[in-house]
Design a protein around this ligand. Structure first.
Ligand SMILES: *[C@@H]1O[C@H](CO)[C@@H](O)[C@H](O)[C@H]1NC(C)=O
Ligand SMILES: *[C@@H]1O[C@H](CO)[C@@H](O)[C@H](O)[C@H]1NC(C)=O
Length: 240
C-alpha cells in the first residue's frame, strides 16, 4: 500500500505541490516492547493514533510544517488519553538545541510536574494564558508552554510562545520542523487529529489541572503552587 507520505513526496517531485499543501510526518517511538501504538497518516493534515503502552513506553507522532517563528497552525482534535500523554505543538530548535512544546491538553500528568522544571512566567496567546516552564540538564533544554484552559481545537500562533522564551531570557535557536503531536507514555488512548483546519463554532475549554508535586526543586518551593526560580529574569505576567 502506498502511504500518503510517498504520494506527497512523489507529487512534490513531479508537480511541485504548493508548500502549504504538504505536511511533514512525525513518527517516533522509543523501540521498547512496551511501546505499542498504531499511527496512521490519512488525507492531507489528518492522522490517527491508538495506543496501549506499558512502563517505559514512549512515542511522539503527528503532522506538521517546516518551522518558523511565524508559524500559525490551525488544528481540530479528538484526543482521548489515559495515563501520561501530551497533546500540542512540538519541535526543536538548533543552536542552541531546544525541545519545545505548546501543550494544549494532556492526560493526568502536567508537564510542569517534571523534576527540575522552573517557572518562567505567564504569557497570553490565542485567547488564553499559558505558563512557561523550562528545564536544562546541561545537555538538552526543554520549554513547555502549558495552556491554562485545555482545548482540543483552535489556532496556535507560535510567535507568541517564541517571544515569551526571549522575554524570559531563555535562548532560542533556529526553529526546525514543527508538528501538532500526540505523545504517549505509560497509559492508553486514541486520537484523531486534523492539522491545518480549525473547528467551526465555539471551541470548548476546561481549566487545566495544576496539581504539582515535584516542580522547581528549590528551597522555596511550595508543593502545589507555582514556584519562582531564583535565576529567572522574568516572573511577572505580561502581555504579548
Ligand atoms: C496494542 O495496542 C492496541 C490498540 O492500539 C491493542 O488493541 C492491543 O491489544 C495492544 N497490544 C498489546 C500487546 O498490548
Ligand atoms: C486558520 O483558520 C482561519 C479560520 O478558518 C483561517 O482564516 C486561516 O487562514 C487559517 N490559517 C492557517 C495557517 O491555516
Amino acid at each position: 500500500m502506498i502511504s500518503l507520505k510517498q504520494i506527497l513526496v512523489t507529487a512534490g517531485a513531479l508537480f511541485s505541490v504548493a508548500q502549504s499543501q504538504q505536511f511533514i510526518i512525525q513518527n517516533w517511538g522509543n523501540g521498547q516492547d512496551t511501546t505499542n501504538y498504531t499511527y496512521k497518516s490519512l488525507e492531507a493534515g489528518r492522522f490517527t493514533v491508538d495506543w496501549v503502552l506499558g512502563p517505559g513506553g514512549n512515542f511522539v507522532v503527528g503532522k506538521g510544517y517546516r518551522g518558523s517563528p511565524d508559524l500559525v497552525v490551525n488544528y481540530t482534535a479528538k484526543y482521548n488519553p489515559q495515563g501520561n500523554s501530551y497533546f500540542g505543538l512540538y519541535g526543536f530548535t538548533s543552536n542552541p538545541f531546544v525541545e519545545f512544546y505548546v501543550v494544549e491538553a494532556f492526560a493526568e500528568h502536567n508537564p510542569s510536574d517534571n523534576a527540575g522544571h522552573s517557572f518562567y512566567g505567564y504569557h497570553n496567546s490565542d485567547g488564553a494564558q499559558y505558563e512557561l516552564w523550562s528545564k536544562y540538564n546541561g545537555n538538552l533544554r526543554q520549554y513547555f508552554a502549558v495552556r491554562r484552559t485545555s482545548r482540543r481545537g483552535g489556532t496556535i500562533t507560535f510567535r507568541n510562545h517564541y517571544n515569551a522564551w526571549k522575554a524570559a531570557g531563555l535562548p532560542a535557536g533556529t526553529v526546525g520542523n514543527t508538528f501538532i503531536v500526540v505523545e504517549g507514555q505509560q497509559g492508553r488512548g486514541n486520537a484523531d487529529i486534523t492539522v491545518g483546519v480549525r473547528p467551526t463554532g465555539t471551541i470548548a475549554e476546561t481549566p487545566t489541572p495544576t496539581t504539582r508535586s515535584v516542580v522547581c526543586e528549590t528551597p522555596t518551593q511550595t508543593i502545589g503552587t507555582v514556584c519562582r526560580p531564583r535565576n529567572a529574569k522574568r516572573t511577572e505576567a505580561y502581555m504579548v
